[in-house]
Design a protein around this ligand. Structure first.
Ligand code: PLP
Length: 354
Protein backbone atom coordinates (compact mmCIF):
# COMPACT_ATOMS: atom_id res chain seq x y z
CA UNK A 1 0.00 0.00 0.00
CA UNK A 2 1.15 3.48 -0.75
CA UNK A 3 0.64 5.63 2.37
CA UNK A 4 1.86 9.20 2.12
CA UNK A 5 3.24 10.60 5.38
CA UNK A 6 3.31 14.30 6.21
CA UNK A 7 4.91 14.77 9.63
CA UNK A 8 3.85 17.50 12.00
CA UNK A 9 6.22 20.43 12.48
CA UNK A 10 4.77 21.07 15.95
CA UNK A 11 4.95 17.82 17.95
CA UNK A 12 2.94 17.95 21.18
CA UNK A 13 4.10 16.70 24.55
CA UNK A 14 2.44 13.75 26.20
CA UNK A 15 0.47 14.65 29.37
CA UNK A 16 1.40 12.85 32.63
CA UNK A 17 0.31 9.22 32.52
CA UNK A 18 -1.64 9.62 35.75
CA UNK A 19 -3.73 12.41 34.23
CA UNK A 20 -4.70 10.89 30.90
CA UNK A 21 -8.33 9.92 31.51
CA UNK A 22 -10.18 8.66 28.44
CA UNK A 23 -10.37 10.27 25.01
CA UNK A 24 -9.23 13.72 26.06
CA UNK A 25 -5.83 13.96 24.39
CA UNK A 26 -4.88 13.12 20.84
CA UNK A 27 -1.59 12.11 19.27
CA UNK A 28 0.31 14.17 16.68
CA UNK A 29 -1.09 12.60 13.52
CA UNK A 30 -4.19 11.07 11.97
CA UNK A 31 -4.81 8.70 9.10
CA UNK A 32 -7.16 9.74 6.27
CA UNK A 33 -8.24 7.93 3.08
CA UNK A 34 -10.91 8.80 0.52
CA UNK A 35 -13.36 6.67 -1.43
CA UNK A 36 -15.31 7.30 -4.61
CA UNK A 37 -17.65 4.85 -6.32
CA UNK A 38 -16.01 3.51 -9.46
CA UNK A 39 -12.57 4.53 -8.21
CA UNK A 40 -12.33 2.72 -4.89
CA UNK A 41 -10.16 3.85 -1.97
CA UNK A 42 -7.42 6.36 -2.77
CA UNK A 43 -5.10 8.99 -1.32
CA UNK A 44 -4.12 7.10 1.85
CA UNK A 45 -2.22 9.57 3.99
CA UNK A 46 -1.02 10.26 7.52
CA UNK A 47 -1.14 13.97 8.25
CA UNK A 48 -0.83 16.26 11.30
CA UNK A 49 -3.85 15.92 13.64
CA UNK A 50 -6.30 18.73 12.98
CA UNK A 51 -9.78 19.81 11.96
CA UNK A 52 -11.33 18.51 8.76
CA UNK A 53 -13.70 20.36 6.49
CA UNK A 54 -16.95 18.91 5.16
CA UNK A 55 -19.48 19.99 2.56
CA UNK A 56 -22.61 21.27 4.39
CA UNK A 57 -24.70 18.59 2.62
CA UNK A 58 -22.28 15.77 3.58
CA UNK A 59 -24.23 12.52 4.06
CA UNK A 60 -22.92 11.91 7.57
CA UNK A 61 -24.36 15.21 8.81
CA UNK A 62 -27.89 14.47 7.59
CA UNK A 63 -28.38 10.73 7.42
CA UNK A 64 -25.90 9.46 9.97
CA UNK A 65 -23.85 7.17 7.72
CA UNK A 66 -21.09 6.54 10.26
CA UNK A 67 -19.37 3.48 11.74
CA UNK A 68 -16.40 3.11 14.05
CA UNK A 69 -14.09 0.72 15.85
CA UNK A 70 -12.21 0.84 19.13
CA UNK A 71 -9.01 -1.01 19.99
CA UNK A 72 -5.85 -0.36 21.96
CA UNK A 73 -2.09 -0.43 21.49
CA UNK A 74 -0.44 -1.80 24.65
CA UNK A 75 3.15 -1.40 25.84
CA UNK A 76 4.79 -4.40 27.45
CA UNK A 77 7.28 -4.18 30.33
CA UNK A 78 10.08 -4.74 27.80
CA UNK A 79 8.90 -1.62 25.96
CA UNK A 80 7.40 -3.34 22.90
CA UNK A 81 4.07 -2.24 21.44
CA UNK A 82 1.32 -4.73 20.59
CA UNK A 83 -2.30 -4.89 19.45
CA UNK A 84 -4.97 -7.37 20.56
CA UNK A 85 -6.80 -9.33 17.81
CA UNK A 86 -6.81 -6.38 15.36
CA UNK A 87 -8.16 -8.51 12.48
CA UNK A 88 -11.33 -9.00 14.51
CA UNK A 89 -11.86 -5.23 14.55
CA UNK A 90 -11.17 -5.01 10.83
CA UNK A 91 -13.66 -7.74 10.00
CA UNK A 92 -16.27 -6.13 12.22
CA UNK A 93 -15.65 -2.75 10.59
CA UNK A 94 -16.47 -4.31 7.23
CA UNK A 95 -19.61 -6.00 8.59
CA UNK A 96 -20.73 -2.63 9.96
CA UNK A 97 -19.93 -0.98 6.61
CA UNK A 98 -22.01 -3.53 4.76
CA UNK A 99 -25.01 -2.85 7.03
CA UNK A 100 -24.76 0.92 6.64
CA UNK A 101 -24.16 0.94 2.85
CA UNK A 102 -20.60 2.17 3.29
CA UNK A 103 -17.68 0.75 1.27
CA UNK A 104 -15.59 -2.10 2.69
CA UNK A 105 -11.79 -1.97 2.95
CA UNK A 106 -9.45 -4.77 1.92
CA UNK A 107 -8.54 -6.54 5.20
CA UNK A 108 -4.80 -6.68 4.55
CA UNK A 109 -4.74 -3.00 3.58
CA UNK A 110 -6.67 -2.10 6.74
CA UNK A 111 -4.12 -3.98 8.88
CA UNK A 112 -1.18 -2.36 7.10
CA UNK A 113 -2.74 1.07 7.66
CA UNK A 114 -3.20 0.37 11.36
CA UNK A 115 0.37 -0.91 11.76
CA UNK A 116 1.90 1.99 9.85
CA UNK A 117 -0.09 4.52 11.85
CA UNK A 118 0.68 3.00 15.28
CA UNK A 119 4.40 2.67 14.43
CA UNK A 120 4.50 6.36 13.57
CA UNK A 121 2.69 7.28 16.82
CA UNK A 122 4.70 4.82 18.93
CA UNK A 123 5.85 7.40 21.50
CA UNK A 124 2.18 8.05 22.31
CA UNK A 125 1.71 4.55 23.73
CA UNK A 126 1.99 5.16 27.51
CA UNK A 127 4.12 2.88 29.67
CA UNK A 128 2.34 1.94 32.88
CA UNK A 129 0.17 -1.15 33.25
CA UNK A 130 -3.47 -0.35 32.50
CA UNK A 131 -2.69 2.61 30.26
CA UNK A 132 -2.82 2.36 26.48
CA UNK A 133 -3.06 4.21 23.21
CA UNK A 134 -6.74 3.99 22.29
CA UNK A 135 -7.23 3.73 18.53
CA UNK A 136 -10.41 4.94 16.92
CA UNK A 137 -10.86 3.94 13.27
CA UNK A 138 -14.05 5.40 11.73
CA UNK A 139 -15.74 5.82 8.39
CA UNK A 140 -18.44 8.16 7.18
CA UNK A 141 -20.46 8.85 4.05
CA UNK A 142 -19.46 12.06 2.41
CA UNK A 143 -21.65 12.60 -0.65
CA UNK A 144 -22.17 16.28 -1.38
CA UNK A 145 -25.88 15.99 -2.08
CA UNK A 146 -29.09 15.61 -0.07
CA UNK A 147 -30.27 12.63 -2.12
CA UNK A 148 -30.87 9.49 -0.07
CA UNK A 149 -29.00 6.49 -1.46
CA UNK A 150 -26.00 4.29 -0.87
CA UNK A 151 -22.93 6.50 -0.51
CA UNK A 152 -20.73 7.29 -3.49
CA UNK A 153 -18.08 9.10 -1.49
CA UNK A 154 -16.70 8.15 1.90
CA UNK A 155 -13.79 8.90 4.21
CA UNK A 156 -11.91 6.47 6.46
CA UNK A 157 -9.88 7.90 9.32
CA UNK A 158 -7.97 6.77 12.40
CA UNK A 159 -7.22 8.96 15.40
CA UNK A 160 -5.34 7.93 18.54
CA UNK A 161 -5.82 8.96 22.14
CA UNK A 162 -3.43 8.04 24.97
CA UNK A 163 -5.68 6.79 27.75
CA UNK A 164 -5.25 6.22 31.46
CA UNK A 165 -5.95 3.12 33.48
CA UNK A 166 -9.68 2.41 33.67
CA UNK A 167 -9.26 1.15 37.21
CA UNK A 168 -6.99 3.73 38.80
CA UNK A 169 -8.96 3.48 42.03
CA UNK A 170 -9.33 -0.30 41.91
CA UNK A 171 -12.11 -2.37 40.38
CA UNK A 172 -15.34 -1.23 42.00
CA UNK A 173 -18.60 -2.96 41.08
CA UNK A 174 -21.10 -0.60 39.44
CA UNK A 175 -24.81 0.02 39.94
CA UNK A 176 -26.98 -0.78 36.92
CA UNK A 177 -30.61 0.04 36.20
CA UNK A 178 -32.69 -2.30 34.03
CA UNK A 179 -34.21 -0.17 31.28
CA UNK A 180 -37.80 -0.88 30.34
CA UNK A 181 -38.68 2.21 28.36
CA UNK A 182 -36.08 2.95 25.65
CA UNK A 183 -34.57 0.15 23.60
CA UNK A 184 -31.11 0.18 22.02
CA UNK A 185 -31.98 -1.57 18.76
CA UNK A 186 -34.40 -4.12 17.36
CA UNK A 187 -34.23 -7.33 15.36
CA UNK A 188 -33.44 -6.37 11.78
CA UNK A 189 -31.96 -3.08 12.94
CA UNK A 190 -28.37 -1.95 13.34
CA UNK A 191 -27.53 -3.48 16.72
CA UNK A 192 -24.74 -5.69 15.41
CA UNK A 193 -23.10 -2.77 13.59
CA UNK A 194 -20.82 -0.44 15.52
CA UNK A 195 -22.44 2.74 14.29
CA UNK A 196 -22.76 6.18 15.79
CA UNK A 197 -26.53 6.14 15.45
CA UNK A 198 -26.86 3.34 18.02
CA UNK A 199 -25.01 5.52 20.48
CA UNK A 200 -27.06 8.65 19.72
CA UNK A 201 -30.25 6.68 20.38
CA UNK A 202 -29.07 5.09 23.61
CA UNK A 203 -27.62 8.15 25.33
CA UNK A 204 -30.96 9.26 26.82
CA UNK A 205 -31.45 6.09 28.87
CA UNK A 206 -27.87 6.30 30.14
CA UNK A 207 -28.35 9.93 31.20
CA UNK A 208 -31.57 9.10 33.02
CA UNK A 209 -29.83 6.25 34.84
CA UNK A 210 -26.98 8.59 35.86
CA UNK A 211 -29.47 11.05 37.36
CA UNK A 212 -30.87 8.28 39.53
CA UNK A 213 -27.39 7.30 40.72
CA UNK A 214 -26.78 4.36 38.38
CA UNK A 215 -23.78 4.20 36.11
CA UNK A 216 -25.49 2.49 33.14
CA UNK A 217 -28.57 0.62 31.95
CA UNK A 218 -29.15 -3.06 31.23
CA UNK A 219 -30.88 -3.26 27.83
CA UNK A 220 -33.78 -5.56 27.12
CA UNK A 221 -34.73 -6.71 23.62
CA UNK A 222 -36.70 -4.27 21.51
CA UNK A 223 -39.56 -6.60 20.62
CA UNK A 224 -40.78 -8.15 23.87
CA UNK A 225 -38.68 -6.24 26.43
CA UNK A 226 -38.09 -9.61 27.93
CA UNK A 227 -34.64 -10.84 27.00
CA UNK A 228 -31.38 -9.34 28.23
CA UNK A 229 -29.12 -7.91 25.54
CA UNK A 230 -26.26 -5.69 26.72
CA UNK A 231 -25.17 -3.39 29.53
CA UNK A 232 -24.50 0.20 28.44
CA UNK A 233 -22.06 -0.17 25.54
CA UNK A 234 -20.71 -3.49 26.78
CA UNK A 235 -21.70 -7.12 26.40
CA UNK A 236 -22.97 -8.78 29.55
CA UNK A 237 -22.34 -12.09 31.31
CA UNK A 238 -23.85 -13.77 34.36
CA UNK A 239 -22.85 -16.70 36.52
CA UNK A 240 -26.06 -18.46 37.52
CA UNK A 241 -25.78 -21.58 39.66
CA UNK A 242 -22.35 -22.39 38.23
CA UNK A 243 -23.29 -21.79 34.59
CA UNK A 244 -21.94 -18.77 32.72
CA UNK A 245 -24.71 -17.28 30.60
CA UNK A 246 -24.39 -14.58 27.95
CA UNK A 247 -27.03 -13.50 25.43
CA UNK A 248 -26.76 -15.24 22.06
CA UNK A 249 -25.98 -13.18 18.97
CA UNK A 250 -28.70 -14.64 16.73
CA UNK A 251 -31.12 -11.72 16.86
CA UNK A 252 -28.65 -9.32 15.24
CA UNK A 253 -29.44 -6.72 17.88
CA UNK A 254 -26.34 -7.39 19.97
CA UNK A 255 -22.88 -6.07 19.16
CA UNK A 256 -20.47 -9.01 18.73
CA UNK A 257 -17.77 -7.85 21.14
CA UNK A 258 -14.21 -9.06 20.78
CA UNK A 259 -13.86 -9.04 24.57
CA UNK A 260 -17.04 -11.16 24.78
CA UNK A 261 -15.62 -13.65 22.31
CA UNK A 262 -12.28 -13.75 24.16
CA UNK A 263 -13.99 -14.21 27.55
CA UNK A 264 -15.98 -17.16 26.20
CA UNK A 265 -12.84 -18.81 24.82
CA UNK A 266 -10.88 -18.31 28.05
CA UNK A 267 -13.77 -19.53 30.24
CA UNK A 268 -14.35 -22.69 28.20
CA UNK A 269 -10.61 -23.31 28.31
CA UNK A 270 -10.74 -23.06 32.11
CA UNK A 271 -13.47 -25.69 32.12
CA UNK A 272 -16.52 -23.52 32.79
CA UNK A 273 -19.83 -24.26 31.16
CA UNK A 274 -20.60 -21.23 29.00
CA UNK A 275 -24.02 -20.92 27.36
CA UNK A 276 -24.82 -18.42 24.65
CA UNK A 277 -28.58 -18.39 24.88
CA UNK A 278 -31.67 -16.32 25.53
CA UNK A 279 -31.82 -15.07 29.12
CA UNK A 280 -35.11 -13.56 30.17
CA UNK A 281 -35.50 -10.90 32.81
CA UNK A 282 -37.79 -13.31 34.69
CA UNK A 283 -35.08 -15.94 34.87
CA UNK A 284 -32.61 -13.33 36.08
CA UNK A 285 -35.01 -11.95 38.74
CA UNK A 286 -35.70 -15.50 39.91
CA UNK A 287 -31.96 -16.21 40.17
CA UNK A 288 -31.42 -12.98 42.13
CA UNK A 289 -34.28 -13.77 44.52
CA UNK A 290 -33.16 -17.30 45.30
CA UNK A 291 -29.47 -16.43 45.58
CA UNK A 292 -28.38 -18.31 42.45
CA UNK A 293 -26.98 -15.27 40.66
CA UNK A 294 -23.35 -15.55 41.71
CA UNK A 295 -21.70 -12.93 39.50
CA UNK A 296 -22.58 -10.41 36.79
CA UNK A 297 -20.24 -8.33 34.67
CA UNK A 298 -20.02 -6.27 31.53
CA UNK A 299 -17.18 -6.77 29.06
CA UNK A 300 -15.64 -4.53 26.41
CA UNK A 301 -12.30 -3.18 25.22
CA UNK A 302 -12.33 -0.07 27.42
CA UNK A 303 -12.82 -1.70 30.84
CA UNK A 304 -12.02 -5.33 29.88
CA UNK A 305 -14.52 -6.46 32.56
CA UNK A 306 -16.76 -4.34 34.75
CA UNK A 307 -18.40 -6.16 37.68
CA UNK A 308 -22.03 -5.35 38.45
CA UNK A 309 -22.67 -4.90 42.17
CA UNK A 310 -26.29 -3.81 42.15
CA UNK A 311 -29.15 -4.24 39.69
CA UNK A 312 -32.37 -2.24 39.90
CA UNK A 313 -35.65 -3.32 38.31
CA UNK A 314 -39.07 -1.80 38.93
CA UNK A 315 -37.76 0.17 41.92
CA UNK A 316 -36.36 -2.92 43.65
CA UNK A 317 -32.60 -3.15 44.10
CA UNK A 318 -30.76 -6.46 44.14
CA UNK A 319 -27.23 -6.82 45.51
CA UNK A 320 -24.91 -9.20 43.66
CA UNK A 321 -22.03 -11.04 45.37
CA UNK A 322 -22.00 -8.58 48.31
CA UNK A 323 -21.02 -5.83 45.85
CA UNK A 324 -17.59 -7.41 45.49
CA UNK A 325 -15.80 -8.46 42.32
CA UNK A 326 -16.44 -12.18 41.77
CA UNK A 327 -13.89 -14.93 41.32
CA UNK A 328 -14.63 -15.51 37.62
CA UNK A 329 -14.71 -11.78 36.84
CA UNK A 330 -11.33 -11.35 38.54
CA UNK A 331 -9.85 -14.33 36.69
CA UNK A 332 -10.98 -12.93 33.33
CA UNK A 333 -9.53 -9.55 34.18
CA UNK A 334 -6.17 -11.05 35.18
CA UNK A 335 -5.89 -13.31 32.13
CA UNK A 336 -7.03 -10.82 29.48
CA UNK A 337 -5.04 -7.84 30.80
CA UNK A 338 -2.11 -10.20 31.35
CA UNK A 339 -2.12 -11.18 27.68
CA UNK A 340 -2.72 -7.62 26.48
CA UNK A 341 0.11 -6.07 28.45
CA UNK A 342 2.39 -9.06 27.84
CA UNK A 343 2.58 -10.41 31.42
CA UNK A 344 0.84 -13.72 30.71
CA UNK A 345 1.78 -16.19 27.99
CA UNK A 346 -0.45 -15.72 24.94
CA UNK A 347 -1.29 -19.30 24.14
CA UNK A 348 -4.18 -18.22 21.91
CA UNK A 349 -2.02 -16.20 19.51
CA UNK A 350 -4.17 -13.11 20.04
CA UNK A 351 -1.37 -10.61 20.40
CA UNK A 352 -0.19 -8.82 17.26
CA UNK A 353 3.32 -7.47 17.89
CA UNK A 354 4.47 -4.36 16.05
C1 PLP B 1 -17.89 -1.85 21.12
C2 PLP B 1 -19.09 -2.38 21.81
C3 PLP B 1 -19.04 -3.51 22.65
C4 PLP B 1 -17.75 -4.20 23.04
O1 PLP B 1 -17.01 -4.68 21.98
P1 PLP B 1 -15.46 -4.99 22.16
O2 PLP B 1 -15.03 -5.45 20.83
O3 PLP B 1 -15.35 -6.03 23.20
O4 PLP B 1 -14.81 -3.72 22.58
C5 PLP B 1 -20.23 -3.99 23.18
N1 PLP B 1 -21.41 -3.38 22.93
C6 PLP B 1 -21.49 -2.28 22.16
C7 PLP B 1 -22.81 -1.65 21.93
C8 PLP B 1 -20.34 -1.74 21.57
O5 PLP B 1 -20.43 -0.65 20.81
Amino acid sequence: MDIKIVKTTEPKTMPKESELGFGQYFSDHMFVMDYEAGKGWFNARIVPFGNISLHPASTVLHYGAEIFEGLKAYRTEEGNVQLFRPMENIRRLNRSAERMCLPVINEDDALEILETFVRLEEKWVPKSFGTSLYLRPYMFGNDETLGVHTVHRATYMIIASPSGSYYKEGINPVKIMIENEDVRTVRGGTGYAKCGGNYAASTRAGERANKKGYSQVLWLDGVERKYIEEVGAMNVMFKIDGEIVTPELNSGSILPGITRKSCIEVLRDLGYKVSERLLSIDELLEAMKNGKLEEAWGCGTAAVVSPIGRLMYDDVEYVINDEKIGEVTQKLYDILTGIQWGKVEDKYNWVHKL
